[in-house]
Design a protein around this ligand. Structure first.
Ligand code: ARG
Length: 466
């Protein structure tokens, strides 16, 4: 709750027309400094570029610009040293910095806000922050992809059951399964790269919403701040938060991928599946059941998806129906993005660690691959290829063989030739070549298929793409 009511003094930045200050509740609901202080470095960088441009264009003197830049550098060190005093009365990071600048350099500080508004200032700061976060995410996804490529390489011919409906479907290789995640996270990384390109326009100079009459040079500030070009419409510029929504959409899709992987890790590490063992570094014990090793990190990654998706929905809802141009509603953009970014970073890092460390239990995967009649499709394909049956008939004959194996409590490969010939006389001993899971996997050589030779090609393709 607010720290008492102070209605005596009006805001020193905008209080000219106000006789008294805000109520404590007003101050509390209005202030964003509690979270937007995170933008201090971007705010200072933006102000330096703006002041430099103002001086370059003769709008402020070189002398004032020198003072401003010097003061801003002092403030940067103060914030980084933890000695800067943030004040809620000064609302946000922009006014906290400007007020301190005034204390440090006097009247020259008042010239910094020429041809600028907090509306384009916050759009700039936040865009710079999101751009950096996207660049960080790109690097983290590359590390996750690299971890998967290594595991895929080691397991290009490790046979495991492939599933649909989480029921054994056909044998695949663990390398192939790993490469499915490489595809997913590769798409996430492509989305990140596209979003960086998309947001690469500088908002500064849009001013409050209408642009400005001062002879500013927006191309100069855009270049100084590392943007491709300035934005084209000043009204859109101060009301646009697409870059934040795009970040959250990408984060949500990526978190959804991570949650699917997390779910598989949870399932695979159960004693019933036993496909993998998680390292001690990425699991926890139970305080009551000494035998337990829990996949907490995977479970939390799965759960972070809820937060991240929630942030996307929250910001979409904030932006929905907002009239142009800036409305204070938009101040609610930052916490959602900051929280989602922190959650996503943690989730990707935890997953990268788990994938790097996990022990693959090839024997367990191999044993499970052979159960559940996983080579039934191979038998049907053999009947088509070698005995000339139409696929539908072959499917039916195979169904009979599965029913017999089920009755006998054995695998398809354990049925005798006599048993099989009783089901269909065209079957010969050659059929046993395709009933093993290794033969099944090796035969799937279609582009993108599970054959070790294909998986190795996919790995090589991705290795060449970082
Ligand atoms: N703290 C504000 C925000 O985050 C800065 C912009 C304020 N602009 C204004 N016209 N009150 O959106």
């Amino acid at each position: 709750m607010a720290d008492g009511t102070d209605q005596k003094s009006s805001n020193q930045m905008w209080g000219g027309r106000f006789a008294s200050g805000p109520s404590a509740i007003m101050e509390e609901i209005n202030a964003s400094i509690g979270f937007d202080k995170k933008l201090y470095a971007q705010d200072i960088r933006g102000s330096m570029a703006h002041a430099t441009m103002l001086a370059e264009k003769g709008i402020i003197s070189q002398e004032d610009k020198e003072k401003i830049v010097h003061g801003l550098n002092t403030i940067l060190s103060e914030i980084e040293a933890g000695t800067f005093e943030f004040s809620r009365k000064l609302e946000d990071i922009h006014m906290n910095i400007e007020a301190r600048l005034a204390t440090l350099i006097g009247t020259a500080a008042g010239r910094l806000h020429t041809a600028r508004s907090r509306n384009d200032q916050v759009a700039l700061d936040f865009r710079l922050w999101v751009k950096e976060e996207l660049q960080k995410t790109e690097g983290m996804l590359t590390a996750l992809i690299a971890a998967f490529l290594d595991r895929a390489e080691e397991n290009a011919d490790t046979v495991m059951p492939g599933f649909t409906h989480l029921q054994t479907a056909q044998p695949v290789t663990f390398g192939h399964h790993c490469m499915a995640y490489v595809e997913m996270f590769g798409r996430d990384r492509a989305r990140v790269r596209h979003a960086i390109e998309h947001l690469d326009e500088s908002p500064i100079g849009a001013a409050a919403l209408a642009g400005t009459g001062y002879p500013i040079d927006r191309h100069m500030t855009a270049k100084a701040l590392g943007f491709r070009e300035p934005t084209r419409n000043s009204i859109d510029t101060v009301s646009d938060r697409d870059f934040a929504l795009e970040f959250l959409s990408i984060a949500s899709i990526c978190a959804t991928h991570l949650s699917r992987l997390a779910e598989e890790i949870v399932i695979w590490s159960t004693p019933q599946f036993g496909f993998i063992r998680l390292s001690d570094a990425f699991s926890t014990g139970s305080s009551i059941m000494p035998q337990k090793k829990n996949p907490d990190a995977a479970e939390l990654v799965r759960a972070k998806t809820g937060r991240i998706n929630g942030s996307l929905v929250a910001l979409l809802t904030v932006m929905k129906g907002l009239p142009l141009a800036y409305s204070k509603d938009m101040q609610e953009d930052k916490e959602q993005v900051f929280d989602a970014a922190e959650s996503l970073e943690l989730a990707i890092a935890a997953m990268t660690g788990m994938i790097r460390d996990l022990e693959v239990r090839k024997d367990r995967m191999r044993a499970a691959a052979g159960s559940g009649y996983s080579t039934a499709t191979d038998l049907a394909d053999w009947l088509v290829r070698e005995a000339g049956l139409p696929f539908r008939d072959a499917h039916h004959v195979t169904g009979n063989a599965v029913a017999l194996a089920e009755k006998k409590g054995c695998d398809l490969a354990d049925l005798s030739l006599e048993d099989l010939q009783a089901i269909h006389p065209a079957i010969t001993s050659g059929v046993f070549d395709v009933l093993s899971v290794e033969a099944s996997v090796a035969s799937r050589t279609s582009f993108g298929g599970t054959a070790p030779s294909e998986v190795k090609k996919q790995i090589a393709w991705w290795r060449g793409r970082n």
